[in-house]
Write a protein that binds this ligand. Sequence first.
Ligand SMILES: Nc1ncnc2c1ncn2[C@@H]1O[C@H](COP(=O)(O)OP(=O)(O)OP(=O)(O)O)[C@@H](O)[C@H]1O
Length: 209
Amino acid sequence: MQLKLEHIDFRYTDKSPWILKDVSLTIEAGERVGIVGPSGYGKSTLSKIIAGYMNPTSGSVMIDEKPLPKKGMCPVQMIYQHPEYAVNPRWKMKKILNECWTPGEEVLARMGIEKDWLNRWPSELSGGELQRFCIARILSPDVKFLLCDEITTMLDVITQAQIWQVLLDTAKKNGYGMLIITHNMALAEKVCTRIVDLRDINHIKQIDV
Ligand SMILES: Nc1ncnc2c1ncn2[C@@H]1O[C@H](COP(=O)(O)OP(=O)(O)OP(=O)(O)O)[C@@H](O)[C@H]1O
């Protein structure tokens, strides 16, 4: 399975500067590609386009030569930096967790999710606790590519390591391809099979900005 970005151009409005120009990138199943680059350079914008949350101004995102499906569970799933924006505040955690599939007890235990949290509202959990749910709920065998945008920045080092271990084990078991956005080079070097600097694949020229 292959996720392929071809000649992506993007700007937020007709009058705003180009953020992405002629960006092409291919991620194979089982690969873990780190995307690095300066703050404000377009990493999150690119991941939102790949996940299908925003359309590129031109260019395409294809999975095995086909556009991403518009209905049903998308095989490309994104985990955000800010879990509070990724959950429905009117749903209890149990419903949020089981929306797309039912993670097993083992996953919940390894993610450090306590049973008592399942009956709480999102506002009754810390950012780090909420993030564990956001990760556990998408570790489905139906997912093919996972986009991780600074997903453990809000966690302490021990919890970060615990969560990355679960993610990597599940990615290997299910054959996920991954795109990992991070400013943490030590993390990127540890978990990625390949690191791409966005400046090397984004063909923005001074005249475009
Ligand atoms: N909704 C938006 N409307 C207009 N401009 C935006 C919007 N979101 C982001 N931008 C701009 O697009 C550019 C790229 O932002 P983006 O969040 O993709 O960068 P990033 O590389 O992920 O940054 P960071 O490493 O700081 O998270 C920035 O100049 C930002 O100000």
